[in-house]
Design a binder for this molecule. Structure first.
Ligand code: 4AD
Ligand code: MG
Length: 466
């Protein structure tokens, strides 16, 4: 068979008519009449299909009858200017090879039910839909852009351990890692004998690479991590995953202002990158799910994020309550803000992304730099429309005495943190960092409203399929 090399659909759609081409992919739809059939073929390279025009006289009836939604085929033919609307070019089929049939009755991805809720129940197949194709391509583009952003700035990509003994955030939401036989746990003096465990001590999956990231930053200056993170929070919300990906830059010689500047530049860069490189997918998602998506993406680019302290934020929220606004959760100085509060500040009050700073020390982790008031710490959260918190970060406590003071105050073990405290003991420097939740970013960029729909294989309480 004299066949040209395969061209991806994405490229075929922008190719000059006249040439002989080979396309391979999965059938999205087949329609037509006795004389001519139109097959919409998709190979995952783009949300758009290439139309295949089939003169039924040239092909075996049996073959054509097996070409149903979901079947996989190769098509060879001439690329011609399309007479129909909707596409510039189409393929006039000369040869068709059927790779795999697809039972039209049993195939779980049917046109008639593509609700996101339904698709979650057939999550192993949902990647084949236009929606998940778009999400996966955007997810990839964002991952690439993240590496590019930091590489262009000279940051070093640091791989921090997934198995660790430290609970960086101090929230205790850790998944334990053990090879001990749970039906027969070794005990010593009434307690679990972790010396018998694989690592000879109690270990867990990491909740953050930050503390190890600080070791890197105080060695090579500027690092970032980008990897999976695990939290056993029992929060079944559209914004929480038990396994999510986080990007954590950590920078020596950055104060909180530098930290906020970098965070703002970073998210704007990513949103701009998506607009520049993912427009087909964004347009599809905009039309299908959220007709304010592209507008909202553009809206965060042209403006400065509003920077306010936590205390100012609380005053605004209390004022709103006095004015009759009802929140589900109470709000007063000292409480952690809920997503409804964050969204009120962003969407209603300031109508732009907000960076909240200087939180009460009791609601933040031990490593944040203590302010002179002794009550607040130099943390910063970036809050986004529709999402709430997308980034959490801080300037770190650089003083050995103050850091040890906080560790003691919180009843944490200094002994387990000696390795971390050494960064303050030997050549300590002012330094800062933050963590961007990759899936939170993707919620914003894709306009999806449930975090389970921006990660291919979500892990949430009572759900760890595949
Ligand atoms: O605010 P967090 O807990 O901060 C840290 O982990 C710091 N160590 C970061 C740093 O300073 N290096 O988490 C950072 C971000 C949040 O803003 C949110 O976007 C995301 O991680 N995140 C989650 N995303 C999905 N599911 C969850 N359960 C998440 N928990 C946090
Ligand atoms: Mg946070």
């Amino acid at each position: 068979m004299d066949r040209p090399v395969r061209t991806k659909v994405k490229d075929l759609l922008h190719s000059e008519p006249g040439q002989k081409v080979l396309a391979k992919g999965w059938v999205r739809t087949k329609r037509g009449n006795k004389q001519v059939k139109f097959i919409a073929l998709n190979d995952g390279s783009t949300v758009n299909n290439i139309q295949i025009v089939v003169n039924t006289e040239l092909f075996d009836e049996n073959l054509l009858s097996q070409i149903t939604t979901g079947a996989s085929i190769a098509v060879c033919g001439h690329l011609v200017a399309s007479v129909g609307s909707g596409q510039a070019v189409e393929i006039q089929a000369e040869e068709i090879e059927l790779y795999g049939t697809c039972d039209p009755v049993r195939y779980p991805i049917q046109k008639k039910d593509t609700s996101l809720e339904y698709l979650r129940t057939v999550a192993h197949m949902r990647l084949r839909t236009n929606t998940f194709g778009a999400v996966l391509r955007i997810r990839h583009a964002m991952a690439f852009a993240i590496h590019k952003f930091f590489n262009d700035k000279g940051f070093v990509y640091l791989n921090t351990p997934l198995i660790t003994e430290s609970d960086a955030e101090g929230a205790g939401d850790m998944f334990q890692v053990t090879t001990m036989d749970l039906a027969n746990i070794p005990m010593h003096g009434g307690k679990v004998d972790f010396s018998k465990d694989f690592f000879g001590k109690k270990t867990s999956l990491t909740v953050s690479g930050q503390l190890e990231g600080e070791l890197g930053a105080t060695a090579v200056g500027e690092i970032y991590t980008f990897g999976p993170t695990f939290r056993a929070e029992n929060s079944n919300t559209p914004r929480h995953l038990a396994e999510f990906w986080m990007i954590e830059p950590e920078m020596a010689f950055y104060d909180i202002q530098d930290d906020m500047d970098l965070a703002e530049e970073f998210v704007k860069y990513l949103v701009q990158y998506a607009l520049d490189n993912c427009m087909d997918d964004l347009s599809f998602l905009n039309d299908k799910y959220d007709n304010g998506l592209i507008e909202r993406l553009r809206s965060v680019l042209g403006i400065e994020f509003r920077r306010v302290t936590y205390t100012e934020g609380i005053e605004i929220l209390e004022e709103a309550v006095r004015g009759g606004h009802q929140f589900e959760y109470p709000v007063h100085w000292g409480t952690d803000l809920q997503s409804e509060h964050e969204r009120y500040l962003v969407e209603t009050h300031f109508q732009r992304p907000v960076i909240l700073t200087d939180f009460p020390k009791d609601i933040k982790a031990f490593y944040m730099k203590l302010n002179d008031d002794g009550k607040t710490v130099r943390g910063m959260d970036v809050l986004f429309p529709k999402i709430g918190e997308i980034i959490g970060g801080s300037e770190r406590e650089a003083s050995l005495e103050k850091l040890e003071g906080r560790i003691d105050e919180l009843g944490m073990s200094r002994k387990n943190l000696e390795w971390y405290i050494d960064t303050r003991r030997y050549g300590t420097v002012p330094h800062s960092g933050f963590g961007l939740g990759f899936e939170r970013l993707l919620l914003f960029v894709t306009g999806m409203s449930n975090i389970r729909d921006v990660i291919p294989f979500p892990r949430t309480p009572k759900n760890a399929e595949f």
